[in-house]
Design a protein. Sequence first.
Length: 202
Amino acid sequence: MPIRVAELPPLTLALTLACAAVSAAAACGRCSATDLALSFPLIARGQLWRLLTPFAYVDGLSMRFMAHLYAFSHFSAALEAGYYAGRGAAYALALFGGLAAMLAGCLAAPDLEQPFLMTPLAFFVVRLWAAGEPHTSVEVFGPLCTSSTMLPYALLGGLTLFTGGAAAMPALLGIGAAVFVDCWRPDVALSAPARAPAAAAA
């Protein structure tokens, strides 16, 4: 299903455009990937933008970036317009709580640390959406279908198949952060009917 940028909810729209702008700036030479990467020693020295820029970059304006941006925009829009409709602050809190959980995971477990965190971000919103739609059937990888609860793991399997396992740990980091948010925000638990996406892309 195509993404209509003008129809995206406000927070999803702002973050989608921010991700596109950061990657476009790197592609045009306005900054380098090294300037955007996660580095806790450099953050401690005052480079605080590195707390956010790793979530907006994968490898330039590539097909991989487009797939990640599509997944984020698609499922984030479903969350913001469905579960969190009229509760923008609650969705922002859940989303940024997830970002904090992913950063904390990287800091606590060096094996999880990644220079760029757009893959965990995409899996975070997919898992957060799937938590409230356990009986929804979703098309994935073309004609194949899976249940929404299995969708994050189906996408994980597809990425593992195509990347040789390189994306497994980042994806699991995002899934784990979504599980954390589910437990951390019981007062904004997924309760309203969601607008289920019709398809997903790896």
